[in-house]
Design a binder for this molecule. Structure first.
Ligand SMILES: *[C@@H]1O[C@H](CO)[C@@H](O)[C@H](O)[C@H]1NC(C)=O
Ligand SMILES: *[C@@H]1O[C@H](CO)[C@@H](O)[C@H](O)[C@H]1NC(C)=O
Ligand SMILES: *[C@@H]1O[C@H](CO)[C@@H](O)[C@H](O)[C@H]1NC(C)=O
Ligand SMILES: *[C@@H]1O[C@H](CO)[C@@H](O)[C@H](O)[C@H]1NC(C)=O
Ligand SMILES: *[C@@H]1O[C@H](CO)[C@@H](O)[C@H](O)[C@H]1NC(C)=O
Ligand SMILES: *[C@@H]1O[C@H](CO)[C@@H](O)[C@H](O)[C@H]1NC(C)=O
Length: 280
């Protein structure tokens, strides 16, 4: 072909090198594309990318609701004003394994608050069970199986409390738990803590406080949605996912600018042809 001719090949090479360095769009776009192309690490987590961002990655490379704090042993994320430690990120199916920061190795936090994901960007994974912690209850001697005593004590703000914990399904289906469920009805507050379904059995077979803490510390799964399918489309077209502050929506950073969901295909080709013709 034409390219076999050494002088044409040489000038083509020069031209394409030059062309590759000419920003075809604003310098900002090139900068954003570059910045968002590399992954980042955050505390215990490695190789993170969209929708996450944090100290070492600008906000436009992620989604606003997915800011990470990286200064502790574990990365954390804030969902509905509540902090969660992130134990694991499973990128391929948009899942996180998290634990409430206030419940980390602690079943007596000073502020009793429910778990709430808000459901805009996060939802519970399918392997989730609700564990309910009942606080400030009347003391009950357990009549039911000797070893089963889902009770723990706290001293919160100087107040001694007797507390119980129960899996929702156990309370609904359990036989012989009527008196216990009556007791729980009179507790001052209750807090829902999601746990992994696969861990749930442990607090039923052995209701020690250590087991309770372990099961909570093993976290629960959250599925995220941050324009996941758009991001997939963007990545498949060679772009990097991000967020446009002015349109307040997803954007796809490409070599030659940013686009609503994927990089313009064929763009590279037409420029390639043009440059070959120019040389001729
Ligand atoms: C980092 O993540 C990307 C996708 O997000 C993946 O393709 C790549 O293999 C990962 N690298 C390592 C070292 O895990
Ligand atoms: C948590 O939610 C349950 C059920 O919706 C509610 O009964 C309870 O009062 C809430 N607890 C707190 C501390 O807000
Ligand atoms: C757990 O409780 C929350 C809040 O009440 C609810 O949205 C969620 O669907 C429950 N999860 C399960 C597995 O029952
Ligand atoms: C909690 O405190 C009560 C008395 O206030 C005590 O009888 C009970 O054994 C304690 N339970 C646990 C699990 O320590
Ligand atoms: C329950 O688990 C605790 C440790 O979490 C252990 O010390 C205790 O012996 C166990 N009890 C039974 C009945 O297995
Ligand atoms: C991205 O997701 C948000 C929230 O789910 C939605 O409002 C928005 O329309 C999506 N963007 C596009 C371009 O579909």
């Amino acid at each position: 072909m034409l390219l076999l001719n050494p002088s044409i090949f040489f000038s083509f090479l020069i031209t394409s090198i030059i062309l590759n360095q000419i920003p075809t769009s604003s310098a900002d776009n090139v900068q954003q594309y570059k910045k968002c192309s590399s992954s980042f690490d955050c505390a215990n987590l490695k190789n993170l990318s969209y929708p996450f961002w944090g100290p070492s990655r600008p906000q436009y490379c992620g989604h606003p609701s997915f800011q990470l704090q990286c200064n502790d042993e574990f990365a954390s994320i804030t969902i509905m004003s509540q902090s969660y430690r992130i134990l694991e990120v499973i990128d391929s199916d948009h899942r996180l394994k998290v634990v409430r920061t206030d419940y980390w190795n602690n079943v007596c936090p000073t502020n009793l608050k429910n778990t709430s994901l808000g459901f805009n960007f996060f939802d519970y994974g399918s392997d989730t069970r609700n564990l309910t912690l009942y606080y400030d209850c009347p003391y009950t001697q357990f009549p039911i199986p000797d070893s089963y005593s889902p009770q723990f004590n706290c001293s919160i703000n100087g107040i001694q409390m007797v507390n119980y914990f129960m899996l929702e399904s156990v309370l609904e289906n359990g036989e012989g738990l009527v008196s216990l469920s009556e007791t729980m009805g009179t507790c001052k507050s209750r807090v829902m803590i999601p746990i992994l379904d696969s861990e749930a059995e442990r607090v039923v077979t052995n209701s020690s406080v250590e087991n309770l803490k372990d099961v909570i510390d093993n976290g629960f799964e959250v599925e995220w949605s941050a324009n996941n399918s758009l991001c997939h489309e963007c990545q498949s077209s060679g772009g990097h996912c991000g967020y446009d502050q002015s349109s307040k929506d997803f954007t796809c950073f490409c070599k030659d600018g940013s686009f609503p969901h994927s990089c313009r295909s064929g763009e590279h080709h037409s420029r390639f042809h043009c440059c070959v013709f120019c040389i001729q």
